[in-house]
Design a protein around this ligand. Structure first.
Ligand code: SF4
Length: 105
């Protein structure tokens, strides 16, 4: 188990005790990103931000969800979609459940 830390645009991303596979993927993509002009990498994201719903029952004027301006379906993520995402990516990355909308409404 290894820790990973990265500062990008002033934001610090860190995870403690990630698996060796996640750590190797992180080292691969950060080294590639720093050493290519176009930031092309051959690994996987080390962190995924998952927004499990695009629904909200409020309509805050500052929010594209509230203004109904999102260019995507308004619905919850389906369980099979969520499982597929986890199955495909859990070996390589960590997840956070956060997005534009209020995921805990
Ligand atoms: S997602 Fe948040 S900011 Fe957007 S309309 Fe709903 S409560 Fe308001």
């Amino acid at each position: 188990m290894q820790p990973i830390k990265l500062v990008h645009d002033g934001i610090q991303y860190s995870r403690d005790n990630v698996s060796e596979e996640k750590y190797q993927n992180f080292v691969l993509i950060t080294n590639e990103a720093l050493n290519t002009r176009d930031f092309t990498v051959s690994g996987f994201p080390f962190m995924l931000q998952v927004e499990p719903t695009s629904l909200c029952n409020l309509s805050c004027i500052l929010c594209p969800t509230g203004r109904r301006e999102l260019n995507r379906p308004y619905r919850h993520m389906r369980l099979n979609e969520f499982r597929s995402l986890i199955d495909d990516m859990e070996r390589y990355c960590s997840f956070s459940f956060f997005g534009i909308v209020e995921n805990h409404l």
